[in-house]
Design a protein around this ligand. Structure first.
Ligand SMILES: [Ca+2]
Length: 445
């Protein structure tokens, strides 16, 4: 998951502010003023010397106070399953590609449950229990990251998993079977490891999975977890970190447990890993194909400036760690870059103006229940408890529109969206860190 960075950044900032000679200069501190009214939210930027004089208690208060909105909301959250609060953080959902789809919810510490067709059901049967396998995956972003069904699941009963492992630390992609005739449950004894990617730190795993309309499996992998990607892994053509991979799970090439599609952008280049579909990502989280256009949308959690949304194209380079959102990464200074070398996000928002602190992607809404949102990319911010709809401009002359749909209020149930997904009807399922799965409803006027 992409959320650990938020907590670490706050802690680091506090300690560095308290040190007599901060090793890293703090350039701003956000103070969010709360008041009642439509223009409720203001941010102040304080210069560094002033920050250094703020007592610890006040500094902590300012750094951990997040935006509390009080303006009217056009949309509200409702529990999508009224009686199901899971005892762990939901990080993904997936549905079989059948006339009557069956859904599952993936919990970070290793359990996967069937989502009952009855939204009033009180019990969600177990689909997979990997708790024992993941017992050492205790860091905030470690654990199970995704489980998806093969597009031909009804025939081949295969599912694909993405999770972290330790000793040695790595990201794992594997295949598992649901045994025919038995209860609807994946069998760990059938697991086949497809790919393992070494990982430096226990964060920035990314780990999103999606089958494309082309039948290929896409896997996003983070940059290895270090600040500024110091070894340039996300830009390295022969490393899989900081990339979106595209593989064919129905065939094998060489001694691989999968095949490299011959139309992958670097399939025939010896100095490149043929699995790479796109590159230059930090900690991409929330990957989905727009069923309308077939485009691949992917959010990328930022370091300290920008949270971004990308539309990923074959062979595209999305900039990390040369660029941070739509700008040059500060640590890279004024070094020249070739025009067109990197693809900027279709939308980004800033941490420095109180808009949010940790993006949670996201899907393009093609449902029917929320007609004003058709064609918009729905996404959220984990830290601030926000949900937005981003409508991309259709022409060069037009402007994209980003609309805030929902903001968490202080006196409400905890709301930290970890991912925003579509159900089989294309309606939103907003995974809440608290264990609930929410959906959106228009507020009656
Ligand atoms: Ca980027």
């Amino acid at each position: 998951m992409g959320v650990d960075h938020t907590l670490r950044r706050l802690r680091h900032t506090s300690w560095r502010a308290l040190a007599p000679n901060p090793p890293i200069v703090i350039t701003w501190v956000e103070i969010v003023k709360m008041s009642v009214g439509p223009r409720h939210q203001r941010c102040f930027t304080l210069p560094v010397p002033f920050v250094a004089k703020i007592p610890f208690s006040l500094l902590w208060l300012t750094l951990t106070t997040v935006a509390i909105a009080t303006e009217d909301r056009a949309y509200e959250l409702r529990h999508a399953w009224s009686k199901l609060q899971f005892p762990d953080c939901p990080v993904g959902v997936a549905f079989t590609n059948e006339p009557s789809p069956t859904g599952i919810v993936v919990l970070q510490r290793g359990m996967v449950h069937v989502l009952p067709a009855d939204r009033e059901a009180a019990v969600a049967p177990v689909f997979l229990d990997l708790k024992d396998r993941l017992k050492d995956e205790i860091h905030f972003e470690a654990g199970l990251h995704a489980v998806v069904f093969h597009p031909d699941f009804a025939k081949n009963h295969r599912v694909y998993l993405s999770y972290s492992q330790s000793e040695p630390r790595r990201a794992v992609l594997s295949e598992m079977m649901v045994r025919e005739g038995a209860e609807f449950r994946a069998d760990p004894a059938t697991e086949r490891i497809l790919l393992e990617v070494p990982h430096q730190l226990a964060d920035h795993f990314s780990g999103s999975l999606a089958f494309g309309p082309d039948g290929m499996l896409y896997w996003s992998i983070g940059d290895g977890g270090m600040r500024d990607d110091p070894h340039g892994m996300a830009q390295h053509p022969f490393l899989l970190q900081g990339k979106v991979l595209r593989i064919d799970v129905n065939h094998r090439s060489g001694s691989r447990a999968y095949a490299i599609p011959p139309d992958n952008p670097f399939a025939d280049k010896q100095e490149w890993r043929g699995e790479i579909y796109a590159m230059g990502f930090r900690n991409p989280w929330g990957m989905s194909f727009d069923p309308g256009s077939g485009e691949l949308w992917l959010a990328d959690v930022g370091q300290e400036m920008f949270e971004e949304i990308n539309v990923v194209t074959k062979g595209g380079n999305y900039g990390w760690a040369e660029r941070d959102g739509p700008k040059r990464l500060m640590a890279k200074g004024e070094t020249q870059q070739a025009p067109g070398e990197f693809i900027d996000p279709v939308h980004s928002y800033s941490r420095t103006t109180g808009e949010g602190i940790c993006i949670a992607g996201g899907f393009v809404y093609r449902g029917s229940r929320l007609p004003k949102l058709v064609g918009c990319y729905l996404y959220g911010d984990w830290g601030y408890g926000k949900v937005w709809a981003f409508r991309r401009a259709e022409t060069r002359e037009a402007k994209s529109v980003n609309t805030l749909l929902f903001v968490h209020r202080e006196n409400e149930e905890r709301f930290n969206p970890t991912q925003i997904c579509a159900d089989p009807e294309g309606e939103p399922l907003i995974l809440n860190h608290s264990g609930w799965i929410e959906t959106l409803a228009e507020v009656a006027k």
